[in-house]
Design a protein around this ligand. Structure first.
Ligand code: M6R
Length: 610
């Protein structure tokens, strides 16, 4: 979604901003803009890519040591140059950039129009700059005007403002949209996430909701909305700078697919102790007695994270013997869910900023549920709203199509299931040892699958022109099928559906003909015979079957058109392995179709609006 980058210091701001915005491109955007201040404010905007604007800016030699930049993902108003941020007030003395949605913008806009303010864009964001200007006309004080405007907004926002009236300060505020501050020496930064800041400083201040900040070249002052100064901790970011670079890979997605063995190792290291048959978490936030009191678990998430939750449901119920429901975060809060203090809500989110998941967490908290989040981004909003957090240690995930987040989320859920089962005395030390040993084997098994990528590329070459794919599986593999279909549709724009193989004959079978590739996750487990029958049903209708099968299953070759073998493993862990070929199949298909894998159209990495 929208990205913000701001700089105040003694260097040319435009260069810093363009480099910063490039690092935010992965969030998804359709237009961009930069404003700098050199005595006077100047704005440059464009529809398209950051590099297009870079050319424009270079040719104008844009000067100024203070500036703000924005990548816009359109919500209110089409992706046009006029709707791109920053937005000016009528005297062109104040500019703002905004990420989020102002829910009461229509009402504010109508009032401002009555007072003579003219709007040039269709955005909800433009009201902010006119509100600041309206207050400034009376108060002559930018800080007062900024906070006056912010307090009138309903909805979500991260806002950054600079003005000719107070050129030595930059103003920031946030509510439910991420915004953090990079504290440098003789310069300060702000951004939607840490990735564009890391090359300048590792000293980060996380702004909280209902706080505003004022940055100058050598100071950062944070206040609450009552105007009281808040002492903020400066956190040293430990993110490896290589994590935010592509390295030798063409796309982040491919890099991240290959990082999965390492990410899983990082997620289990220092938490799983095989010899003791034990799992330990640092920030679980809920003590064992309270956990023993839990009589129900609700997992809530969106997209890929939801699929991880659906996989986790199997082993939470099996190992920890607690009823589990998995619910789309976007639906959760609108159906008045029956939850109480004995409900544990597990919110899963790679970014920790997904608006729907955050709203579900807030709803659950109001109903007194206990909350644990499974999250990849330290300090993100969802983690701060939760009682406890299990961090996935996937490293920064930049590709919009989530890959290593999925496999580490499953890893975290598997570990948590064992942890819960142990404190409930459902499994003993030996059983836990066995389960943990199997988990430790997974990274090496993934490496073996990655060696098959040429074979998967050949399969992609056979099918990449097809308009539609069906993905089938049963049990855990059903949710892998859903995840495989999601990967395919989001990066290759091929229509793809993930179904329970058993459901196929209740509708989707009507779609099958010789043009329909059907990807079937057909592992050697208790559903094998049934899924083999489903494959026969597809073949009987001339469908083309690509099977993900267990090594050693030679029989399946006679049933299907193409096979990708994966090593045998515990059924509970099979999703981590069987999803790898599906990630690669989607990747190669997208490449063959000429799609930009890391920045698929219309998508955003972190969906910060509901
Ligand atoms: O950051 P989150 O895990 O909360 O994001 C949830 C979804 O938006 C995300 O998984 C999305 O579905 C991905 N693009 C899938 O690849």
């Amino acid at each position: 979604m929208c990205g913000i980058f701001g700089y105040i210091g003694d260097k040319e701001a435009s260069e810093k901003i363009i480099t910063g915005l490039k690092k935010l491109e992965y969030r998804g955007y359709d237009s961009i803009g930069v404003a700098t201040m050199n005595d006077k404010l100047a704005i440059f905007k464009n529809v398209g890519k950051v590099s297009d604007l870079e050319e424009k800016i270079c040719s104008k030699n844009l000067k100024g040591t203070t500036g703000i930049g924005h990548t816009r993902w359109a919500t209110h108003g089409a992706p046009t140059e006029i709707n791109a941020h920053p937005h000016y007030d009528k005297d062109q003395k104040i500019v703002i950039v905004h990420n989020g949605i102002i829910e009461n913008y229509q009402e504010l806009r109508d009032d401002l129009i009555k007072d003579g303010y003219k709007f040039v864009s269709q955005t909800d964001s433009e009201v902010i700059v006119h509100l600041i200007a309206a207050c400034y006309a009376k108060s002559n004080n930018i800080e007062e005007s900024f906070i006056y405007a912010v307090k009138r907004l309903q909805g979500t926002y991260a806002i950054c403002c600079i003005s000719e009236y107070d050129p030595s300060r930059m103003f920031l505020a946030k509510k439910s949209s991420p915004l953090l501050i990079g504290v440098g020496e003789g310069e300060n930064y702000c951004a939607s996430d840490v990735s564009p800041i890391l090359k300048h400083t590792r000293n980060i201040i996380y702004l909280d909701d209902n706080e505003y900040a004022m940055l100058s070249t050598d100071s950062v002052v944070v206040k609450n909305y009552k105007g009281v100064v808040v002492e903020k901790e400066i956190v040293k970011s430990t993110i490896n700078i290589d994590d935010v670079e592509k390295g030798t890979y063409d796309f982040y997605m491919m890099k991240e697919i290959h990082e999965q063995p390492e990410s899983i190792i990082n997620t289990i290291t220092n938490r799983c102790f095989i010899d003791e048959g034990k799992v330990n978490f640092d920030f679980i936030g809920i003590n064992n007695n309270e956990l023993l009191n839990i009589n129900r678990i609700v997992i809530t998430a969106c997209g890929t994270s939801l699929h991880a939750g659906l996989v986790g449901e199997f082993f939470l119920e099996k190992f920890a013997q607690v009823p589990v429901e998995v619910e789309y975060a976007a639906e959760f809060r609108y159906r008045n869910p029956i939850i109480d203090s004995k409900t544990l809500v597990i919110a899963i989110s790679q970014s920790g900023e997904t608006a729907d998941t955050l709203a579900a967490v807030v709803e659950a908290k109001q109903k007194k549920a206990r909350i644990i989040s499974i999250c990849n981004v330290p300090g993100s909003t969802i983690t701060r709203e939760s009682d406890g957090v299990i961090y996935t240690k996937a490293g920064v995930e930049i590709g919009v199509a989530s890959t290593k987040a999925f496999t580490t989320q499953i890893t975290a859920l598997y570990m948590f299931s064992i942890f819960l089962a142990r404190i409930k005395w459902i499994i003993n030390k030996e059983e836990a040892k066995n389960l943990l040993t199997k988990l430790y084997e997974i990274p090496e098994l993934i490496r073996r699958i990655l060696l098959k990528k040429d074979h998967i590329y050949t399969i992609a070459c056979k099918y990449y022109t097809k308009p539609s794919f069906l993905y089938l599986g049963r049990g855990i593999s059903f949710h892998v099928a859903q995840e495989g279909a999601l990967k395919m549709k989001e990066i290759s724009y091929i229509h793809a559906e993930g179904y329970s193989a058993a459901e196929m004959k209740h509708g989707p079978i009507a779609l099958i003909d010789e043009n329909m590739p059907v990807v079937v996750v057909a592992l050697k487990n208790r559903s094998y015979e049934k899924i083999a029958s489903n494959i026969s049903e597809v073949k009987a209708r001339q469908g083309k079957v690509i099977a993900i099968a267990t090594e050693g299953d030679t029989n399946i070759k006679n049933l299907v058109d193409d096979v990708i073998y994966i090593p045998d493993c515990e059924e509970e862990l099979s999703a981590i392995l069987s999803v790898i070929p599906l990630q690669l199949l989607a990747y190669y298909t997208a490449i063959l179709r000429g799609c930009h894998v890391d920045q698929p159209r219309n998508l955003a990495k972190s969906v910060t609006v509901e």
